[in-house]
Design a protein around this ligand. Structure first.
Ligand SMILES: Nc1ncnc2c1ncn2[C@@H]1O[C@H](COP(=O)(O)OP(=O)(O)OP(=O)(O)O)[C@@H](O)[C@H]1O
Ligand SMILES: [Mg+2]
Length: 497
């Protein structure tokens, strides 16, 4: 059959156009009549090429276990706590599969672009695809039953072998490089859990329930016609456990984490591409949202800028400096970000948590954090006694101690972050026992309390001084006014000065 096609390809240009069209149709008919096979291709990056095909990934997993005994060349990868080896067919390898007595041929192939340019990245532009071939008499059973079986099995294997990853976005200059990667990842093996997270137990339980309800609510979200996503805003002073909580969330739900660095994202289009390329069980976190971009109160700022521009004389040097600065900075806008949060991008399905963290909640634009976008606002604050008890259990394995009472009282009187409490509880040497560590904490709390007292005293003093100063200024002003009135009365004129 290949011979017929070859001969046709050789001679087709010798025929006039009209005849050639007819001949081409007949040749294809003849080929499909005699050639008994059907072939289906699964591209790794179909369409615009930015989202890795889920079908391709599932087939890859399926062959990982299924072909391990058949294929001669395999690719290996480590998954799941770095202990399990996972195989997949190597490039340009062929195997056969059998389903209900039917023989099926699979091949993994690559397309290498024919470019003249020399690239730093040896694999740049290579596209991969699987082809499956079967006899046309089995068309229905293969397309309707077998392929679904392959995809389901592949997804099942992916779930059981799932090793969670921590992703960070690359600058777009590197997106076309090796393996066209928008995100780089490492294995996510953070030990934080809700068990080790120090916070008020009731509040903690509420968050856990919220997360679990969300992760089981696929049907509910479909029913109400909303994208399956939930937004969290974590706010509080540094060292109160915001990042630790995100790790605990990922461990609880078995999600990947995408640490989105907005300052590396050039514009809204890039942001969209990045978000589309996230896995279906993902936490997308944007840390320190108030610093990452000029998202906060941007609209007010824009107005102010306009006013300034109108007032300001055009200075070419200043203008050039300003242009350079703007060119360098990211053009992701608040409205761009809000559009994605509102669900345009999550049309691709899957469960996603979007988490913002900030130290200064009051600085954020209200549009960014209104309910519906950020469904849950969680304040992480200074260490309370309940939180301290979790840390004492984690760090010293203590459930109770006669010093707990003193610590309880001191924590009520003083602000100390869980990070600082934890630091003080940690034994500094092998000789330090639990009691020494508790005493260290008490000392630190007393010092912090004393410092806070001195600071408050200082502030009080400054305030009093300012009040005296203001009073004196007022007296002077009244005296001046009196003199003025007297002058007007006596002379009927206002003296200059
Ligand atoms: N609530 C907490 N429970 C347990 N450990 C905590 C808690 N808060 C802080 N820690 C400890 O302090 C360290 C710093 O905390 P973390 O990085 O989570 O703070 P953060 O709120 O994200 O701070 P920042 O605002 O600076 O990013 C963590 O490694 C953790 O060990
Ligand atoms: Mg943090």
């Amino acid at each position: 059959m290949a011979g017929v096609m070859f001969i046709w390809a050789m001679f087709k240009n010798y025929f006039p156009d009209e005849l050639r069209g007819n001949l081409e149709r007949y040749t294809h008919k003849l080929v499909s009549f005699v050639y008994p096979y059907i072939q289906i291709t699964f591209q790794e990056y179909p369409g615009d090429g930015f989202e890795r095909s889920k079908a391709y990934a599932a087939i890859e997993r399926y062959h990982g276990t299924n072909s391990a005994t058949r294929a001669k060349r395999l690719k290996a990868d480590i998954v799941k706590d770095s202990q399990t080896l996972l195989f997949s067919m190597d490039d340009n390898e062929e195997i056969t599969d059998e389903f209900r007595g039917i023989k099926i041929w699979w091949a993994s192939s690559t397309n290498i672009p024919r470019t003249q340019s020399i690239s730093l990245y040896p694999n740049e532009g290579i596209t991969r695809f699987y082809t499956v071939k079967f006899h046309k008499q089995h068309r229905d059973i293969i397309t309707k039953v077998y392929l679904n079986h392959v995809l389901d099995k592949g997804k099942e294997i992916a779930v059981t072998n799932r090793q969670r990853k921590l992703y960070t976005n690359n600058k777009s200059e590197n997106w076309n490089g090796y393996k066209r990667k928008m995100w780089s990842h490492i294995m996510f093996e953070h030990p934080a859990t809700f068990g080790t997270l120090a916070m008020e137990p009731k509040k903690k339980q509420e968050i856990i329930n919220d997360l679990i309800t969300f992760s089981k609510a696929k049907e509910y979200y479909a029913k109400i016609g909303k994208a399956w996503k939930r937004g969290y805003l974590l706010y509080g002073p540094p060292g109160t456990g915001k990042s630790t909580m995100i790790a605990a969330m990922a461990n609880l739900l078995n999600y990947d984490i995408y640490d989105l660095e907005l300052t590396s994202v050039k514009d809204n289009t890039e942001l969209r591409k990045l978000l589309i390329d996230t896995s279906s069980k993902a936490i997308i976190m944007i840390e320190d949202i108030d610093c990452s971009l000029d998202l906060t109160g941007q609209r007010e700022k824009k107005k102010k800028k306009k006013d300034d521009e109108q007032k300001e004389e055009k200075d070419p040097v200043r203008q050039k400096m300003k242009d350079d600065e703007e060119g360098k900075s990211s053009k992701v806008t608040l409205s761009g970000l809000l559009n994605f949060i509102d669900g345009l991008w999550s049309a691709c399905g899957g469960e996603r948590l979007i988490i913002f963290t900030t130290n200064y909640v009051e600085k954020l634009d209200p549009a960014l954090i209104r309910r519906g976008r950020m469904d849950k606002h969680i304040e992480l604050s200074y260490c309370c006694f309940e939180a301290f008890k979790v840390l004492a259990k984690n760090y010293l394995d203590l459930d109770s101690h006669h010093l707990f009472g003193t610590i309880d009282r001191l924590l009520e009187e003083t602000n100390m972050t869980p990070a600082d409490v934890a630091e003080n509880l940690m034994p500094k040497s092998a000789e330090e026992d639990a009691e020494t560590c508790l005493n260290n904490l008490i000392k630190a709390l007393e010092t912090a309390k004393e410092e806070a007292r001195l600071k408050a005293e200082e502030e009080e003093k400054l305030k009093a001084e300012k009040e005296v100063e203001e009073k004196e200024q007022n007296v002077e002003k009244v005296e001046d006014e009196k003199t003025l009135v007297k002058d007007v009365k006596e002379n009927g004129v206002i003296k200059e000065g």
